[in-house]
Ligand binder design. Structure first.
Ligand code: ATP
Ligand code: MG
Length: 224
């Protein structure tokens, strides 16, 4: 039996422009994502895809509407509640990988576990093996290629075994071969481990690997 992992109901969001006016980016967005689903979100640059992912990932609030993650409403949650939600349930791969340059790949992957008493060393090594970077574990981001950094960022997003992976253009900076490798990896995690994936992409090929594709444009989200 499947259960709903992400539920958005009539979500609206705008940003103040500083001159009294505001820029509307999300208008009455409705979205249901079941556990184990994989979906791609496409749409023109600046239409609000990252903003939508930030809202789902508890990194930003909405003006109105309901956001529920794993049955829990985000409305009125404290910073601690959001941090716990992210630590426990959500992995985020950002548009730019956001790895810390002074830390090695291995240390970057372990960052989200620093508050935990458990030892994540074995898990981190397993993830590095899965993405084919075992021999690069002690290298810093500056010594890795863009595709390798994105794979390390994926390991960091997965270290806490999240139910939900949010990936913002994870293949955006990669050539088609590296994009294909990352795409296959995500597909395998979805199929073998039931990881729920919401990914933003400009690539129709990458989107085609996900079970559903949505298009965001003119502040509205529609399945295509
Ligand atoms: N904090 C903010 N304050 C003001 N405007 C913002 C803010 N964040 C985003 N915007 C604006 O909201 C719109 C949507 O931005 P967003 O980053 O969500 O677009 P996107 O669809 O992810 O674009 P891209 O494909 O280029 O990454 C853009 O016009 C952007 O300039
Ligand atoms: Mg974006």
């Amino acid at each position: 039996m499947s259960s709903t992992l992400v539920k958005l109901e009539n979500v609206c969001k705008s940003f103040p422009l500083g001159n009294g006016a505001s820029l509307e980016v999300l208008k009455n967005i409705n979205l249901l994502v079941e556990e184990g689903e994989s979906i791609a979100i496409m749409g023109p640059s600046g239409c609000g895809k990252s903003s939508l992912l930030n809202v789902i990932g508890t990194l930003d609030s909405v003006d109105s509407g309901v956001v529920q993650i794993d049955g829990e409403s985000l409305q009125g949650g404290s910073a601690d509640f959001f941090a716990e939600m992210r630590r426990g349930k959500i992995g985020f791969v950002f548009q730019k990988h956001h790895l810390l340059p002074q830390l090695t790949a291995f240390e970057n992957i372990l960052l989200p576990t620093l508050k935990s008493k458990d030892d994540f060393t074995v898990k981190a090594l397993e993830l590095l093996e899965k993405v084919g970077l075992t021999d690069r574990k002690d290298h810093r981001p500056g010594q890795l290629s863009g595709g390798e950094c994105q794979r390390v960022a994926l390991c960091r997003a997965l270290i806490n075994s999240p139910k939900l992976l949010l990936a913002d253009e994870p293949t955006g900076a990669l050539d088609s071969q590296a994009a294909g490798v990352l795409s296959k990896l995500l597909l395998k995690l979805n199929e073998d481990e039931g990881l729920t994936i919401i990914t933003v992409t400009h690539s129709a090929e990458f989107a085609g690997n996900m079970a559903k594709t949505y298009k965001l444009s003119d502040c509205s989200l529609k399945e295509v």
